[in-house]
Ligand binder design. Structure first.
Ligand code: KG4
Ligand code: ZN
Length: 352
């Protein structure tokens, strides 16, 4: 079985073909990073226009790389939430047009479910198998940060355990990157610079650490660092910059890894996974691997290309819905919010 996936929720235009074993036959990502970099963040109107320009060619390329034509795929999956609505509309409308023209089933995918299932993607024969049973997953991206209990591959099998009360982890990386004059997005640059830096150089809080709450909070670390920059100025010299990056990265990744391991123990599952752009962070990957080993848990980490936004994870999540008999009609809408039930209200803490 083959599914074509389309992803346009934010600043990457993606199309991919995936089979029912999770094998990635093709995965094309056209990034808009350079387009938005000058503005220090994503400009929604520009994102929509760029998706409109690139979505057609990206789909064509994904089919060509897989050696297939549209006729060969069994269904068309598309991200329809959450994200920038104007950006989502481009992918949703393209998916509808293609499905209509070829008489193919259409399945809408929640982007967060895509990130949670990305660990199932097989990009080579060396990819380790994903956890087969219930597990706890950390999703840390530019827009979301939460832990989930995952009991199966559909949205109804996913239960949010705790989430950020303010900034997402990736958002914190991006804001700190901007603060330090490192450009946008900050995550990959901070990851690179943190190597060889002293994580103890700047004392930063570890919000929500050691507390029973499963929630996260990252705006405090960012505020602390902003105050530090006001006092000391932007670090001059490579080593000083490395030290600040390592300190910030240690603060964020230690809390993420700690909360993931704690949630897995509390849920009584034997396995953990991670997903989302921040899951590409090498320090987070190291901490999760080590923390899991210490507590007798199996950690499965998605390959780097499966962490940041891509359409292969959308194709895979759509394939799971399709296999379960789920379909969408021509009335499929784009929505800014996830359909996954939330346990935490932004700024107000855990729901009772
Ligand atoms: O999942 P993603 O591609 O898009 C969203 O759905 O948000 O995540 C993008 C986020 C950005 O905030 C980016 O700075 C962060 O992931 N990111 C990283 C790394 N690579 C991407 N953060 C830390 N370390 C990285 N290596
Ligand atoms: Zn994403």
């Amino acid at each position: 079985m083959l599914v074509l996936g389309i992803e346009t929720s934010c600043d990457e235009t993606g199309a991919a073909v995936v089979d029912d074993a999770g094998r990635v036959l093709s995965d094309v990502v056209q990034s808009q990073v350079e387009l938005h970099a000058t503005y220090g963040g994503i400009i929604p109107e520009l994102a929509s226009r760029d998706h409109l320009r690139n979505a057609g060619p990206v789909v064509k390329e994904a089919l060509a790389k897989a050696g297939l034509s549209l006729r060969d795929v069994d269904a068309i999956a598309v991200t329809h939430r959450p994200g920038l609505v104007g950006a989502l509309l481009v992918g949703v409308q393209l998916a509808k047009g293609l499905a209509w023209a070829e008489g193919k089933p259409l399945v809408g995918v929640d982007h967060l479910v895509g990130h949670l299932l990305a660990v199932n993607l097989r990009r080579s024969d060396a990819t380790p198998p994903a956890p087969a049973g219930p597990h706890v997953a950390l999703l840390a991206s530019g827009g979301h940060t939460a832990t989930y209990r995952v009991d199966g591959p559909l949205a109804r099998h996913v239960t949010e355990l705790g989430a950020t009360r303010d900034d997402a982890a990736g958002e914190a990386f991006d804001k700190v990157g901007k603060l330090l004059g490192l450009g946008y997005p900050g995550g990959p640059v901070i990851d690179r610079l943190a190597t060889g830096g002293d994580p103890g150089a700047v004392k930063l809080p570890r919000p929500m650490s050691g507390r029973a709450s499963r929630d996260f909070s990252f705006s405090g670390i960012k505020t602390h660092l902003a105050a530090w920059v006001r006092e000391h100025g932007v670090p001059q010299g490579e080593q000083a910059m490395k030290d600040v990056c390592a300190s910030f990265q240690a603060a964020v990744t230690s809390v993420l890894a700690e909360k993931l391991i704690e949630a897995a123990k509390a849920e009584g599952v034997g396995a953990v996974t991670i997903g989302g752009g921040v899951a590409a962070n090498r320090e987070l990957r190291r901490r999760v691997t080590e923390g899991a080993a210490q507590h007798g848990l199996t950690a499965t980490l998605p390959e780097l290309a499966s962490c940041t936004d891509n359409a292969a994870m959308i194709a895979y999540a759509g394939l799971q819905r399709f296999v379960a008999g789920e379909r969408d009609g021509w009335d499929l809408v784009a929505a800014s919010r996830t359909a996954l039930p939330r346990s935490t209200r932004k700024g107000r803490g855990h729901r009772d």
